[in-house]
Design a protein around this ligand. Structure first.
Ligand SMILES: NC(=O)c1ccc[n+]([C@@H]2O[C@H](COP(=O)([O-])OP(=O)(O)OC[C@H]3O[C@@H](n4cnc5c(N)ncnc54)[C@H](OP(=O)(O)O)[C@@H]3O)[C@@H](O)[C@H]2O)c1
Length: 255
């Protein structure tokens, strides 16, 4: 039997690899039409070809001035208004607070906080009119706690959780839910870069660096991208959940 969500229209940012790729595949597997965006057209094409249903590949740097408006306009032109928004694109940056430059700070805020804000601002009016919308932001355990050497990233992720909570309160009676998922260290290219950074900074082996990150999760392993994608789907399916940050972190942060 066709699911109720069969023809819903989703936009997933940062869908060209890692967690975003798993989310795109999850939503497609549930019958949604999925627009995928990221900067690499080749990677987006690979993700689209691995999805079950209709996809749109929309290459863009989401921090460019008009990128968000253009992305939404392209989805609307092809299919109609975005009904399920997953703001996942993001990146990390490691440095001591006193070594963090203005440019590094701004880069973190532009990608991890301002771009999701622009996506919400663009998505909400049409969702409000239709009386249905699902917004999920991929934040981080860094939205919950502070760790050393990631102040700019942590500030951006704390900020985006604040955005989610405020938007959820504003939209509570409209049929639009807004949630965040907060992964621990996940098995993605971003974490591979973190491991490379640890190796370069400490002289540890790749295996030692990976084990150090695995131990950050009490379950003793990295989080699978599919486990984050399953949490996103939970937020999409359940209209009674809003304003939450779901920790997908193997028990690292209890809340
Ligand atoms: N990995 C972890 O351990 C972890 C933990 C907690 C939270 N998270 C969060 O989860 C999200 C996904 O992380 P991931 O681990 O899957 O990272 P990833 O493997 O590095 O993937 C990041 C995605 O974001 C896209 N992206 C980056 N900069 C972009 C830009 N300027 N414009 C458009 N797209 C851009 C990348 O595509 P292109 O490079 O093709 O543009 C890619 O699709 C991020 O928000 C991250 O902060 C990750």
């Amino acid at each position: 039997m066709a699911s109720a969500s069969e023809s819903r229209i989703a936009l997933v940012t940062g869908a060209s690899r890692g967690i975003g790729r798993a989310i795109a595949r999850q939503l497609s597997g549930q019958g949604l039409r999925v627009a995928v965006t990221g900067r690499s057209q080749d990677d987006l094409a690979e993700v689209a070809s691995s999805c079950d249903g209709p996809t749109l590949t929309l290459p863009a740097d989401i921090t460019d001035g008009n990128a968000v408006d253009n992305l939404f306009a392209e989805v609307e032109g092809a299919w109609g208004p975005v009904e399920v928004l997953v703001a996942n694109a993001g990146a990390g940056y490691s440095a001591r607070v006193d070594k963090t430059t203005d440019a590094d700070w701004q880069r973190m805020l532009d990608l991890n906080l301002t771009a999701p804000f622009r996506c919400l601002r663009r998505a909400i009016p049409r969702m409000r009119v239709s009386g249905y919308g699902r917004i999920v932001v991929v934040a981080s355990v860094a939205a919950r706690i502070g760790e050393p050497y990631i102040a700019a990233y942590t500030a951006s992720k704390h900020g985006v959780l604040g955005l989610v909570r405020s938007a959820a309160a504003e939209l509570a009676a409209t049929g639009v839910t807004v949630n965040a998922v907060c992964p621990g260290y996940a098995d993605t290219p971003m974490t591979a870069s973190t491991i490379d950074g640890i190796v370069a900074a400490t002289g540890r082996t790749v295996e030692q660096a990976r084990q150090a990150l695995e131990r950050k999760q009490p379950i003793g392993r990295l989080i699978a991208p599919e486990e984050v994608a399953a949490a996103v789907w939970f937020c999409v399916e359940n209209g009674a959940v809003s304003g939450q940050g779901l920790n997908i972190d193997g028990g690292a942060v209890q809340s």
